[in-house]
Design a protein around this ligand. Structure first.
Ligand SMILES: [Fe+2]
Ligand SMILES: [Fe+2]
Length: 192
């Protein structure tokens, strides 16, 4: 399995099972529209999955909340049409997630839908839409921020200067900057 060796790192140990579960779902059943993508590969989604889970664990999220983040990680870039900003890939991926739940009997989480939907939009829009939604608790705002930070932490794949750490949203994310670089280094020895 991709990144297996890093899972025995003490930071990853608590989220190992969860990572393996969602990684397998992605690898075996999630179809990516841009399979030859340079920057938004399944390897990118796997790193975002690890980062979201380790930060979620540090925040003390419930199992349900951890699963919500895990699902967002494996779906969020599955419906890209190009490697640029491609605004709208979030909404397409969210629709895919919703259909997938129905077809594969996966429990649907509204918070996963919203995170996925708005992950490619400005925080101000994502946060206000999430806050307005009657189906979500205020915890959803925290999950959205953790997820966006996890996605941002994998920007180092684009270059050493591709992430402005001052733009990170959560305290946890600052603590994981070096870990994100380490993760990337490890995965470059596998497949990217
Ligand atoms: Fe994205
Ligand atoms: Fe992404």
């Amino acid at each position: 399995m991709f990144l297996t060796d890093i899972l025995n790192d003490p930071v990853c140990q608590p989220i190992k099972k969860s990572y393996e579960r969602w990684y397998r779902v992605m690898e075996e059943t999630i179809e990516f529209w841009l399979p030859d993508s340079e920057w938004h590969t399944k390897a990118h989604s796997a790193r975002v999955l690890i980062l979201a889970l380790v930060m979620g664990h540090q925040k003390g999220l419930s199992d349900e909340e951890m699963n919500a983040l895990g699902m967002a990680a494996i779906f969020h870039d599955s419906r890209r049409l190009d490697d640029g900003i491609d605004k709208g890939h979030g909404s397409r991926a969210a629709a895919y997630y919703k259909d997938y739940c129905r077809e594969h009997n996966l429990p649907y989480e509204a918070v996963t839908y919203y995170i996925t939907y708005y992950h490619d939009q400005d925080d101000s829009l994502g946060m206000s839409e999430i806050a307005k939604s009657p189906s979500l608790s205020e915890r959803a705002l925290l999950l959205y921020q953790i997820f966006k930070d996890a996605d941002a932490l994998d920007r180092f794949r684009l270059g050493a200067d591709a992430l402005d750490v001052n733009m990170l949203r959560t305290e946890e994310a600052y603590k994981f900057v070096e870990f994100a670089k380490y993760l990337l280094l490890k995965s470059s020895k596998n497949l990217t």
